[in-house]
Design a protein around this ligand. Structure first.
Ligand SMILES: C[S@@+](CC[C@H](N)C(=O)[O-])C[C@H]1O[C@@H](n2cnc3c(N)ncnc32)[C@H](O)[C@@H]1O
Length: 573
């Protein structure tokens, strides 16, 4: 589709952001007052579309869709509240947000039963609204690159109103993009099951996110250092100057000076001897994607064999949950477990298909975060294990695009996104935890999940199962992950029940003796440092967010390619 395609999301062309952000704020406040009002959700979805956040538009349209079900079915949990929220709205004239894309012409098809009494009029509004939800969901998910979910929602809408002009147009767009992505001819049929369903969305500190700290402030640094002192007494967190990373090979390997940016890093404040433990960190922000696997629910360590002398403890309320010892059990009770105890959330997203392993581990980390924030009665983004993590955010200005349809989401959008893992299952988990997903919108809005995902990606570590090599346990260790990468690292790391960083006995380069001097930065490794430069760079690219520009990489690449030469592309074996 060419970039001159009309913006089917909106009736306006590139409206200004300021008033839209204000409107978003008003609608968010209105939703806090009236959380079961699907019209408000739809209005906010349109604002998100106009602001070019199609993922957030889809999130709101999905909540609105769930509320239309609540209105229609009196056995549903929030039926009364959803009905009450509709008082004050009429079908003629219907709320402006529903009067879109030929929808009102389909009114007759949407009347249930005989005529429109009070109940009928609410059902009619709910029916109209669900079609509007399907329109927004399908176009928004298409813009995120989630073609399969987009087509499914579009088909559901067309099932209700087969001639709806907008839905037919959206289906045309989805099929056009699908044919191009699957390399099909214009008339080839499309198998919905083969459509890509993983997309990417904006990865940013949302303009309304008031939870993101200034990580460089004295207050933040002193909080971090106070926490760090117990786990790494010889280290401190300080600002570190790091190379700005590009997406791939460049001709700057031989340059003496390259652009840098300020981030945080870990530094030695005293000399550390070779082999000495640098940091030992305990974290409850862990996830295990195997159902009934023998790891500690809290710290993720392998459980000791169940024989006499084992210190393992199971929760007395829900016997299935096992902890490696009393310490982990108590920490879990204090910090997250009661929020999920006996709530049947255990089997969700477990034993995933191979292609979903990463998404399922990140989702389970999100689930743990939600349990921690619920138990600790704080906002998820205030949970100390993630609050100070940098999410590799891109600036809002760079992310901004107009709402036109293109083949692929823009290259600046780097947060992996799928309807299932970002929207549907997190809400399902909250429901299982007996949390009202409408009344707790402030804590459980989609942008909150996306922000947490941004922080997990690039900082979580995973452990492979020795039986089949699949990564099935993951964790976020917020202090360990403050250590930056270098291909000539001065530490090694190992994660059992604790994440342990130790000073290397010998350095990789030149076999020089290990040990870290006071003032030197702690340099971790995010890839196998025994590989040749090209392979190291490809491996570390995901967690670094770019092409490694450490001194070793630059020297080796410049030596291989001639000074200033551009590397050729080598695929790892
Ligand atoms: C796990 S965090 C490390 C801590 C991070 N510097 C911070 O301020 O929180 C990983 C991120 O740090 C940055 N980083 C780490 N090592 C780097 C390196 N050698 N060169 C450039 N950036 C690096 C990248 O932005 C990467 O995505």
């Amino acid at each position: 589709m060419d970039s001159a395609s009309p913006s089917v999301l909106t009736d306006e062309k590139e409206p200004p952001r300021g008033p839209l952000l204000e409107r978003r704020q008003q609608l968010t406040e209105a939703l806090a007052e009236s959380p079961y009002d699907f019209i408000l959700y739809l209005e906010r979805a349109v604002v998100y579309s106009n602001l070019a956040y199609p993922d957030l538009a889809a999130g709101d349209a999905y909540r609105a869709l769930l509320l239309t079900d609540e209105v229609r079915d009196e056995s549903f949990e929030y039926h009364e509240q959803a009905l009450e929220a509709l008082q004050g709205y009429q079908t003629t004239p219907c709320p402006e947000v529903l009067n879109h894309g030929g929808l009102v012409q389909d009114l007759d098809r949407l009347v249930d039963g005989d005529g429109v009494d009070a109940a009928g009029s609410y059902n009619l509004l709910a029916n109209l609204a669900s079609v509007r939800c399907f329109q927004i969901l399908s176009i928004s998910l298409l813009l995120c690159g989630c073609l399969k979910s987009a087509l499914k929602f579009c088909e559901r809408g067309l099932h209700m109103v087969p001639h709806n002009k907008e839905l037919l147009e959206i289906r045309g767009y989805i099929e056009q993009v699908a044919r191009r992505r699957l390399r099909k001819q214009p008339d080839d049929p499309i198998d919905i099951n083969r459509l890509p369903d993983r997309g990417v969305v904006r990865r940013e500190v949302y303009p309304w996110n008031t939870h993101e700290p200034n990580r460089f402030s004295d207050e933040s640094l002193s909080f971090l250092n106070q926490q760090l002192s117990g786990m790494a007494p010889k280290c401190e967190v300080k600002v570190s100057s790091l190379p700005v990373l590009l997406d791939g090979a460049s001709n700057t390997d031989g340059y003496d000076i390259i652009p840098t940016c300020n981030q945080l890093g870990l530094f030695a404040k005293e000399d550390i001897g070779p082999g000495e433990v640098v940091l030992e960190e305990y974290s409850l922000l862990t996830a295990n994607s195997r159902h009934k696997e023998s790891t500690c629910d809290a710290c993720g360590t392998e459980l000791p064999p169940l024989q006499s002398g084992s210190k393992a403890v199971s929760c007395p309320e829900c016997y299935d949950t096992i902890f490696c010892d009393e310490f982990c059990f108590e920490k879990a009770q204090e910090q997250y477990h009661p929020a999920v105890c006996d709530k049947d959330v255990d089997s969700i997203a477990k034993d995933p298909e191979d292609q979903d392993i990463d998404q399922s581990l990140y989702l389970l980390l999100l689930a743990r975060l939600l349990a921690m924030s619920t138990q600790q009665e704080i906002h998820p983004l205030e949970v100390k294990e993630i609050k100070y993590i940098w999410g590799d955010f891109v600036s809002t200005n760079l992310n901004d695009v107009d709402g036109t349809i293109t083949d692929e989401p823009p290259p600046e959008w780097t947060l992996p996104f799928s309807f299932k893992y970002n929207v549907e299952i997190p809400l399902h988990i909250l429901e299982k935890m007996d949390i009202d997903i409408y009344a707790t919108l402030e804590q459980h809005d989609l942008w909150v999940f996306n922000t947490a995902y941004s922080k997990f990606r690039g900082t979580a570590s995973a452990r492979k199962n020795p039986r089949d090599g699949r990564p099935d346990v993951a964790a976020v260790h917020p202090f360990w992950c403050l250590a930056n990468h270098d291909c000539n690292p001065n530490v090694t790391w190992e994660w059992g029940g604790r994440m342990v960083l130790s000073a290397r006995e010998t350095r990789v380069l030149g076999g020089k003796p290990g040990g870290i001097k006071a003032g030197e930065e702690i340099l971790n490794h995010y890839c196998d440092v025994n590989l040749p430069v090209q392979q190291r760079r490809e491996w570390a690219q995901g967690s670094l967010g770019g092409w490694c520009m450490c001194q070793r990489c630059r020297d080796e690449a410049a030596a291989t390619n001639g000074v200033n030469g551009v590397n050729g592309h080598v695929t790892p074996e």
